[in-house]
Each structure stands twice: as C-alpha cells, then as structure tokens.
Design a protein around this ligand. Sequence first.
Ligand SMILES: Nc1ncnc2c1ncn2[C@@H]1O[C@H](COP(=O)(O)OP(=O)(O)O)[C@@H](O)[C@H]1O
Ligand SMILES: [Mg+2]
Length: 350
Amino acid sequence: MAASAERLRHAWGVHAVYVTTLKPGVVELRLVGFDVLRRVRMPRKLRPDLLRVPVALREDATPFVRDYRTVPHQLTLGATLSGKSMYLRHLVAGLARQPVALVGIDCKRGVELAPFAPRLSALATDPEQAAELLPVLIKEMEDRYDLIKARQGIALSMPDEEITSDIWGLSEHKRPVPVVLFVDEVAELFLVATKKDEERRDEMVTQLIRLAQLGRAAGIYLEVCGQRFGAELGKGATMLRAQLTGRVCHRVNDEASAKMALGDIAPEAVSAACAIAPELPGLAVAGDTSGGWSRIRTPYLSLGDAAETCRESAHLVPDLPALKPFRPDVPVRPPAETPSPVVRPRPVTD
Ligand SMILES: Nc1ncnc2c1ncn2[C@@H]1O[C@H](COP(=O)(O)OP(=O)(O)O)[C@@H](O)[C@H]1O
Ligand SMILES: [Mg+2]
C-alpha cells in the first residue's frame, strides 16, 4: 500500500495519501485534499488532558500533541523568526488552564515570556536570576524524591538515580504539582563574557542536565528553545541535548543546525528540515524517538491572546513556596483596555 500511495494520489487527484498500519492486516489510508499546513486550523474536538497539549498540525491533518508524560523533555531549534517562540506560546497557553506550575527562563529580557507573568510561578530574565532559580528547582526535585522514598518505604540514603517510582504513584492529595520549565533562547542563558561567567554557565549546564536526568519522576519537565545547540554552548551542552529526547526543528540556516536537532534521532529528517521555506514561519519537522518524523505547523496565536489566557487562569498558579521569591511582578493592565470612567475621579484636596 505504501508503495502505491504516490500512484493513488494521482489517480484520485488529491494533495496527499498517507498509509499507516493500524494492526497486522489493517491499514489506514488518509486522503488529504489540500496543503493543510498553509493555513493551519486545528481540529475542533480535542480532549484536553493533563500535560498533553495539541500544539500543531501534522501534514496528514492529525494534531501533533506535546505529551509531557511520554516525552518529558524537548529541544526546539530554529533560526531567528522561524517560529520557536510561537511554539512555546502555544504550550504556555495550553498548560495555563491545567494544574501545572509554569516556570520561565527568558534571557532576552523576558520579551517572550514576561507577558505570561500572571500565570508564571517563576521567571528569570537574565543569567544571574537563572543561576539562582535553577538550584531551587533542583532542591524541589530532591524534596520530591524524598517524598517518593518516604511513601515507598525506601531508605533516604538510596541514590535518586536508582528510584524507579515517580510522583504519579503517590496518592492524589500527596502528589506534588507538575512543573514545566520553559527556556527561550538557551544560548542567551549560556552567554559568557568573563571567566567568572564561565563557571556560572558550567554550573547551570550541570544543573539542567541533572533536571533532565531525574526530573521526569519528580514531575519536572524541560522545554528548551534555541537557534543552535552544539558544543559552542560550552562543556556539557551535548550531554544536555542527549537528555532532551523530543525534537522539533524549525527553519534553520545551515545543515549543521538541523543535524543538532535531528541528526541523532531521525537522520532522514535532516534534509526535510533544511527544505523549510521562510515564507511559512511555524513550519517544522518533529522527530520522535522511534526514528520517525513528520512535518508540523503551529496555528497562529497572537501574543495578546496568549497573555489574556494567562491572565484569566492566574488563579490556577499552584502554591509552591520555594518558588515564591521568583514570582514575577504582574504588569498592570494597559489602560487602553479598561474603559475610562465617564466621570474622572478628582483628588480631594482641602
Ligand atoms: N504558525 C505560524 N503562523 C503564522 N505566523 C507565525 C507562525 N509562527 C510564527 N509566526 C510569525 O513569525 C514571526 C516569528 O515567530 P517567532 O515565534 O517569534 O520566531 P522565533 O522565536 O523563532 O524567532 C512572528 O511574527 C510570528 O507571528
Ligand atoms: Mg523567539
């Protein structure tokens, strides 16, 4: 069937024919009449599930779901203006309505993540703040491991690496809230000017590696975005990349960047990523760990709409005392949006 898909496409005069095996003896043929990625419209009936966000559309018109329980950590690469921040925006807006703590590191002075401040449990907008925030997340993770050990009757001295259970095994009222850490423009975080910066950077890379290695069981997930992610980011960067198993590659400027994103998990997808045209921001190639890949594209979502979702769901910010000091200041609503009163209040003077 797969071999005749191309002929079927012409015979039926459709945009594409996709063949998938459902079970031995049963294949599914999906006929797609037009290029669904040109103007993305998500299927309307999508069941919202904890830690599952339908973030984009695949070229076969099925939703591409970012599922943190199956793929805990992801790396999203792409050139400037390729649509990375849009991808993050969808995830933030999607998770905002769920009982999940959202933490942001955005070292481009918070241009992308600060508008979501009302719903963020913590936000770091420069490497100094991030260097303070990461150890707190590590501590939170270790506390969660201790909690799991206590509930399972495991000795506290047992190394965290050997624990096989996770927070989902805890009863609901004891279970700590999941945390998703968003890092936009990871290179900005690792930028160094001095020798002292270098030490700090190496420490942060180590901390991120530790979060990536052990975070899943503690319900802490990483979502990392960047233009490139290679050895130039410093010691340990490639090791960190190996831990981020979910991969999405937007338009890139060179093959080397596409290889950084997809080379180690879906080598055939590299050329597909290199062929993405700049006219279609948001178009990307998503690899999965089984070696398969698909072309996806996010729908358009304005920053204002995503920020509005965060304001509306501000009451859902979970109570995490450790993160309190990092809770961002919530900007006051721009005055243009609140209708001005007909009678202007006058200050009372005597
Ligand atoms: N799926 C999409 N559909 C339409 N426009 C998009 C899409 N994704 C991104 N854009 C637009 O492309 C531009 C760059 O997107 P952005 O996410 O900021 O890229 P990056 O973070 O990679 O630099 C923005 O103006 C954005 O509105
Ligand atoms: Mg961006």
